[in-house]
Design a protein around this ligand. Sequence first.
Ligand code: SF4
Length: 220
Amino acid sequence: MKDSTPLKENTLNVTEIFHSLQGEGPWLGIPATFLRLGGCVEPYCPWCDTPYALEESTRMSPRDILDALEGYPGRQVVVTGGEPFLQWDHGLADLHASLVLRGYRIQYETSGKVPFPLMPDALIVCSPKCIDGTWRFDPANRGRADYYKFVAHDPGSLEAMEGFIGLYALPKERVYVMPLGTTREEQLRHMEPLFCFCRDHGYRMTPRLHVLTFDSRRGV
Ligand code: SF4
């Protein structure tokens, strides 16, 4: 469906657009088109699973992005990064408004390092990052994400996660624990201890379905 919404002539840093299944979190297994925006907030995570989003991007207008998204099937979009909300005032807000008008369901994947914009018509999945023992999470985002997704791999990372959950009083049903790993072998190695931890402590667990299926291949 086309509409006449004017899109300002901003441009966004786009790393990739592709259609796939959401491989993790509350939309696990759901077909969706991914818009990966380039750029993030320093310090970068030493274990960053998308380093190419920090280095590779092309400039695209909201209109061109919209046209590209409409070329794929379905009405689910996952906007990810990098840190997508860095570009909210540089064209992402306009793109968001147009997607909502067209009836898209939108999920944002964010680290929470920058304040979330005000918008009730999308799902925010926040994956807070603990770097050098410090959570890089803007306290202004307290209580504003729909779900939290923590990457964990050992007792130390699980202990840090529970510290964050306690600090921000997060309900367990809004928390997903995901094994660290950008390869199938690494994912599988961390799954059993995380499975047992989630089972014993009442958390939800999510795999990274695309990694288990395609190993470290990009854009799938
Ligand atoms: S927040 Fe995400 S994109 Fe940014 S450095 Fe960390 S893992 Fe990479």
